[in-house]
Design a protein around this ligand. Structure first.
Ligand code: NDP
Length: 327
């Protein structure tokens, strides 16, 4: 396993990390969840990603029970939560001071830890001044309840505004962002955030590196199995979004052909492609089965196969490199 600095912080995060969206507390049993965490940890993963919204809090409860049972040394792992979707009633959703505090305290109880290493604003909240969220996050930092705070799916402008307020108040701004990043979702990480890496030393913890399984190639000519994410009844919206675009299906076929020529699985080609971007601090893996995670954790073995020539061939297939204007 390779460890990377989380942006400009001193924190060392495993370049492959492990998250629980859809799976923990929902798609898989608690026993499978435990085995997945052990497989990840034994494979060198030190960062486990979670959120108050995942399975409406159950995902954090499952992870907390596992952490308590296994009793790994707290200094050997990093755990996160995210605040935004806490419930339906007013003040249960958003980034107002009240919900930021309540979400953090509830996550600490569910995960059964004294502090969260990373605490993310899961989405921007247009109804709360960014300055209020910056202040609330800094209070949590000072209380020792969180170690670092960051954002997810914020625009570059919103992240910049958070830093503006932090600087003005002599406080700490967001140090990491969690964007979607994979071969089909490139704009934010490769273009929009470009000025932020140098200016603020922003780190990134990227999600859906396999586009919810599409980039494993398993949906080429095969409809989603009932026990896979895209086959789950309540994920029909994601299935439509992921499989609808025909040109994506065609590109996946071509990528699979290239992966076969290079001698790697398409899954690992896709993961290595993410890992090769120096602005990626960690690639958050998801898995519903141990065999999947075992395969994904081997991604580093294939890194040197993605040489410049192969990267160029991938670019030729994708045809979606964000255009960056130079003035
Ligand atoms: P991926 O795009 O890698 O999708 C993971 C899913 O793909 C698995 O659950 C599994 O689904 C399938 N899969 C993974 N590996 C394999 C394999 N080797 N062979 C076949 N199928 C495989 O990542 P996620 O979408 O899960 O995102 C990773 C993490 O990022 C999440 O768990 C969460 O922590 C975080 N996240 C954050 C978001 C945010 O807004 N900040 C949003 C979404 C995710 P199945 O078996 O069911 O087909």
């Amino acid at each position: 396993m390779e460890y990377r600095r989380l942006g400009n912080t001193g924190l060392q995060v495993s370049a492959l990390s492990f998250g629980t969206w859809v799976t923990f507390g929902h798609q898989i049993t608690d026993d499978v969840a435990e085995r997945l965490m052990i497989t990840a940890y034994e494979g060198g993963v030190n960062f486990f990603d979670n959120a108050e919204a995942y399975a409406s809090g159950k995902s954090e409860i499952v992870m907390g029970n596992i952490l308590k049972k296994i009793n790994w040394d707290r200094s050997t792992y990093i755990v996160s939560s995210k605040v935004f979707w806490g419930g339906q009633k007013p003040n249960q959703k958003g980034l107002m001071r009240k919900h930021v505090f309540e979400a953090c305290n509830a996550a600490l109880k569910r995960i059964q830890v004294d502090y969260l290493d990373l605490f993310f604003c899961h989405r921007p909240d247009i109804n709360t001044p960014i300055s209020e969220t910056v202040l609330a996050m800094n209070t949590l930092l000072q209380q020792g309840k969180i170690m670092y705070w960051g954002t997810s799916e914020w625009t570059a402008q919103q992240i910049t505004e958070a830093h503006y307020w932090a600087e003005r108040y002599k406080l700490v701004g967001p140090v990491m962002e969690q964007p979607q990043y994979n071969m089909f979702a490139r704009e934010s990480l490769e273009k929009d955030y470009l000025p932020l890496y140098k200016t603020f030393g922003l780190g990134t913890t990227i999600w859906s590196p396999l586009a919810s399984g599409l980039l494993t190639g398993k949906y080429i000519d095969t409809p989603p199995a009932a026990d896979s994410r895209l086959g789950l009844e309540n994920m029909a919206w994601l299935k439509d979004r992921t499989l609808a675009e025909l040109d994506k299906a065609e590109k996946v076929k071509q990528l699979k052909k290239l992966a076969d020529e290079v001698g790697v699985t398409l899954t690992n080609l896709s993961l290595c492609w993410c890992l090769k971007n120096p602005n990626v601090s960690t690639v958050i893996l998801g898995a519903s089965k141990e065999a999947q995670l075992a395969e994904n954790l081997k991604a580093f073995d294939s890194m040197d196969k993605l040489n410049d020539a192969v990267m160029k061939k991938i670019e030729d297939i994708l045809q979606n490199k964000p255009m960056i204007l130079q003035f």
